[in-house]
Design a protein. Structure first.
Length: 634
């Protein structure tokens, strides 16, 4: 895994930006601390930072050329079936000079062009320049595990693994108002948009080609889901379990290929425990890593992780953190965020990655299982909403009254009231809008209230609604739960969960592999009926049942805890001055001319009251945005 960047100049004005290639490459150094490479001709430049995983020799360095010198590649990711592809290509007479997957990918493209993408099993973003055709081909993996930003204007085309690198080319920066409005709801900006107008992200399962002034994007992959096919699935539940187990085991085994030390994240939950248990079968000296919370015992799950580590006899390491440890890394994390991203679980992810990187270079994680198999509280809520009942009718009626009761994420009763209010309000919507509401941190009207009249007037409502409709296009009916999971795979997984892991792990040059996102497994799971995944008593049903005999019994059907970063505590102590006197001060808000000053004052008042509700989440989103805005716009 590495970091990539590049420029394709269309004219002399675009060529002027090529002087920034070296700086743009330096911006992705943390993604690839082992080596640096730059290649240029008159109008094209490619930059690469290498994290050496497969074939750590000089022969695998990038940018890499083919034997003819016509094609040049920069690549970020891992192709797990590269050895099989190498045999296939060798039979065509191709001779390889390295044992790397990079060279295999390069020749796969040369021989099969864009059709090579359907042959790849792995995660990636890459660019290949064809000097003879003067064309640049780019692609991103099926589920968006690896990022790929780009900017295309009349003078140039830029691309990079993160926004820091794109901005290093000296582009003009303009805030994207529709993205800001969406961010205030979701805590992140869904691809293809970003917070900088004109800078886009290639979406998961897409490739792009630029040739002169011509630029086009096409989709090569979409999750296979057909409601009729699911309804005709007559395999028994036992047969389904067996196939899920085989696919997961095959996926983990493929992802153990590495020429550097490798281990797994082990949270104590079902997903990472399954990955760790399978990995141990094939790797005797497996290292596992957990994170614990000294000051938050309710969220500390290291006892379960220790059970799993003991059962499988792994070399287990626990990093036990205090709230001070979390706070200590806060500003480093804010500096690493390349565009506003307010999922606060990024904080422990950053620390876990930092500490794990001191021991190993590659780690397997359980990410993707919750979206794929139905593991979140909101999934249970959706199932209840779809099944109806008298309780739903009552909650829908009393939801407006719950706004007057104390609500907070930091207390058991007050959190239940918060959840009941959100559930009751969600029952008023159709399935698509209910999904959006429950995937959001703040409803549309509250997000809009935060913005001043000037910014509200600049938001193009048609663009916002078109983007929202496209993100929800998989939800076509009122009673198909699989469509909700499909929406999660297309919205939450790539834009929140995977982006978080990529940002926080690559800040330390740690490669994270995700076995649950093998496309053979994903496509099979979307052929299964909802009852195999979730019912009123159990989430991730088939996954838990398929591996029940392998794991400690204490893990079976155990409630998901997650972790709440103590934001409210910080806001009322360590960060109070930064909120009141700096980032959300009257002076700064007024001079910035983005947010409504009166609404920010009301928000701060609610935050410091006895009934903060969800104010802490909104304030955190604003802090992340303000910190980023000051760096690039102030």
């Amino acid at each position: 895994m590495c970091g990539i960047t590049g420029i394709y100049a269309k004219n002399l004005a675009g060529k002027m930006h090529m002087i920034n290639l070296s700086n743009a490459t330096a911006q992705i150094e943390r993604r690839g601390p082992n080596a640096r490479g730059v290649w240029m001709n008159d109008f094209v430049g490619l930059g690469h930072r290498r994290l050496s995983i497969i074939d750590v020799s000089y022969n695998a360095s990038q940018p890499m050329k083919d034997a003819s010198g016509r094609y040049t590649i920069v690549y970020n990711g891992e192709i797990y079936n590269f050895k099989e592809l190498k045999e296939e290509l060798s039979s065509k007479g191709i001779e390889f000079k390295s044992t790397s997957d990079t060279e295999v990918l390069l020749y796969a493209y040369i021989n099969y062009k864009e059709q090579c993408l359907s042959k790849l099993n792995g995660f990636f973003s890459f660019a290949i320049y064809d000097e003879q055709e003067n064309s640049l081909f780019l692609a991103r993996d099926r589920y968006g595990i690896k990022p790929l930003y780009y900017l295309n204007d009349g003078d140039k085309f830029l691309f990079a693994s993160d926004m820091h690198s794109i901005l290093a080319y000296g582009i003009e920066k303009e805030l994207d108002k529709e993205s800001l409005f969406t961010y205030l709801q979701l805590n992140y900006t869904p691809a293809p948009n970003t917070m900088i107008k004109g800078v886009k992200m290639l979406e998961p399962g897409q490739y792009a080609m630029i040739n002169g002034k011509k630029f086009e994007i096409k989709r090569y992959y979409k999750i296979e889901y057909n409601r009729r096919r699911v309804n005709k699935n007559h395999n028994s539940y036992e047969q389904q379990q067996q196939h899920v187990r085989e696919l997961v085991e095959d996926s983990v085994k493929r992802r153990l290929v590495s020429d550097v030390p490798l281990g797994t994240f082990l949270s104590g939950g079902i997903d990472s425990s399954i990955i760790s248990g399978i990995a141990k079968k094939h790797k005797d000296d497996l290292h596992t890593f957990s994170i614990g919370y000294k000051d938050e015992p309710f969220f500390d799950e290291t006892s379960y992780a220790n059970l799993v580590a003991k059962k499988f006899k792994t070399n287990h390491t626990v990093f036990s953190l205090t709230n001070d440890d979390l706070y200590e890394h806060l500003f480093d994390i804010l500096n690493r965020i390349d565009q506003p991203f307010a999922d606060s679980s990024a904080i422990p992810t950053y620390i876990l990655s930092k500490k794990t990187r001191k021991h190993i270079t590659v780690v397997l994680s359980g990410d993707g299982a919750d979206e794929l198999f139905s593991g979140y509280d909101k999934h249970s809520a959706h199932l209840k909403a779809m099944n109806g009942g008298s309780l739903n009718t009552i909650l829908k009626t009393v939801a407006p009254l719950l706004q007057y009761l104390p609500k907070s994420r930091n207390g058991t009763l007050s959190n239940k009231i918060r959840q009941a209010e959100k559930f009751g309000n969600g029952l008023k919507y159709n399935q698509a809008n209910r999904y959006w509401a429950w995937a959001s941190n703040a409803p549309e009207h509250k997000a809009m209230q935060l913005l001043n009249d000037d910014i509200k007037g600049q938001i193009i409502r048609e663009e916002y609604h078109a983007q929202k409709s496209r993100l929800l296009e998989s939800i076509t009916s009122e009673n198909d739960f699989n469509e909700l999971l499909l929406a999660d795979m297309q919205l939450v997984l790539p834009n929140d969960m995977l982006r978080k892991v990529d940002l926080m792990s690559m800040a330390h040059g740690l490669e994270v592999r995700v076995p649950f996102l093998d496309h053979h497994l994903v496509d099979f799971v979307f052929q299964l009926p909802v009852s195999s995944k979730i019912n009123a008593k159990m989430r991730k049903r088939i996954l838990q049942d398929a591996f029940k005999d392998m794991l400690p019994p204490e893990l079976y059907n155990r409630p998901k805890k997650g972790f709440e970063v103590p934001l409210l505590k910080w806001f009322k102590t360590s960060l109070k001055s930064m909120i009141s006197d700096d980032l959300l001060s009257d002076k700064f808000i007024a001079s910035q001319n983005i947010f409504d000053l009166r609404e920010i004052r009301r928000l701060k008042k609610r935050l410091f009251s006895m009934n903060p509700g969800d104010a802490q989440a909104t304030v955190w989103a604003l802090i992340v945005f303000q910190w980023w805005w000051k760096r690039y716009f102030a």
